[in-house]
Design a protein around this ligand. Sequence first.
Ligand SMILES: *[C@@H]1O[C@H](CO)[C@@H](O)[C@H](O)[C@H]1NC(C)=O
Ligand SMILES: *[C@@H]1O[C@H](CO)[C@@H](O)[C@H](O)[C@H]1NC(C)=O
Ligand SMILES: *[C@@H]1O[C@H](CO)[C@@H](O)[C@H](O)[C@H]1NC(C)=O
Ligand SMILES: *[C@@H]1O[C@H](CO)[C@@H](O)[C@H](O)[C@H]1NC(C)=O
Ligand SMILES: *[C@@H]1O[C@H](CO)[C@@H](O)[C@H](O)[C@H]1NC(C)=O
Length: 311
Amino acid sequence: MNYKNILIFLSVLISVVLSQPSNLYLYTTTPQGYWKITRINISTGTITNSTTSLIANNYIFTQFLEVNSDGDFVMLGLSEHQNDFCTYTISPAGNYVDSSSSTKVLKTGTFIMCDSSIAYDNARNSVYFAADLLTREIIFVYDFETPSSYMVKLSVPVNTSPTGAFDGHDTYYLLESLNDGINNFTLYSYNFETKTESNPLNLFNFPKNSTAFLFYANDHLYAATFNNSAPDQLSLVNIDVTTGDCNTAYTFYETGMPYSMNYWTYSNYFVLMTQTDGKYFLTTLNLNDNTYTTTQIYGNFPQNPIMAAIY
Ligand SMILES: *[C@@H]1O[C@H](CO)[C@@H](O)[C@H](O)[C@H]1NC(C)=O
Ligand SMILES: *[C@@H]1O[C@H](CO)[C@@H](O)[C@H](O)[C@H]1NC(C)=O
Ligand SMILES: *[C@@H]1O[C@H](CO)[C@@H](O)[C@H](O)[C@H]1NC(C)=O
Ligand SMILES: *[C@@H]1O[C@H](CO)[C@@H](O)[C@H](O)[C@H]1NC(C)=O
Ligand SMILES: *[C@@H]1O[C@H](CO)[C@@H](O)[C@H](O)[C@H]1NC(C)=O
């Protein structure tokens, strides 16, 4: 096998090995000031709480970034003085593994940022967020390798809240709706390898009158779109980044949770929390074939965790 074939073989092997996520992890803090992990078993809906030995004031986690190749969780966090960002790696059980170099937090007072646009570029050891700067969108870059913090200014106009997603290789995508902010969606992108912005791509067959958030999963760019006339209807829209053609891959008609961002992806799985008559459920959708399983969650769990992850 030549080098290229070995890479293809390895990536096939990896995609076979990555299995369905087992647990939803919700992070909160205890009254004593420690991080607490609530694990919901996705196949049984049972809940286990555990208090970690991590003191919340020393480890200020702000966002889950990824499960790394060792099966540990990489979190975006603030340094103790809160002037710098760094990444913290912790085990699924909540033990400290290590942390990255830190780099200064860009002053965010005049920006609007959207948490769902935060993405980790594992190869460049960098975190990207989309944000609005007056009339144009920007990407904040926190590079923990150099380390350095900077902004990439783009030509993207500001109509809706910034939403972005990273393809895991070189490209960060941003979505905007021109004119009225809900009906004419356009895709923008920036390539971190060539350091160039591409021409805007007008999207076809994108659901009208929706509130949309990009995500990247299973080697595809998707938008999670909430129907503004029925905001507990959530569609997953597959975006062809070359042609701009969109197709609705799956629709959840009654999530019981309007505009809820309680969804997560891992490998080719999309996990969504839904609610009916005060009961909560987790639906795991296989993005390859739209098969799914739904499990009721048994017991109480924190409704507004600081971070959440599936693995
Ligand atoms: C989830 O529950 C099932 C059934 O009890 C069990 O086999 C499995 O090990 C649990 N998963 C985790 C990750 O604890
Ligand atoms: C939608 O936006 C595109 C730019 O991406 C523009 O060329 C087009 O005229 C707009 N269409 C409408 C109906 O406003
Ligand atoms: C949005 O919801 C309205 C009201 O239920 C429905 O008529 C419309 O078809 C929905 N839009 C899409 C794109 O599904
Ligand atoms: C979008 O949907 C909302 C809620 O149904 C409605 O009030 C609004 O008029 C719609 N806007 C457009 C441009 O269709
Ligand atoms: C887990 O903690 C929550 C509070 O966040 C509590 O309501 C629930 O009863 C606990 N569950 C178990 C199984 O200990």
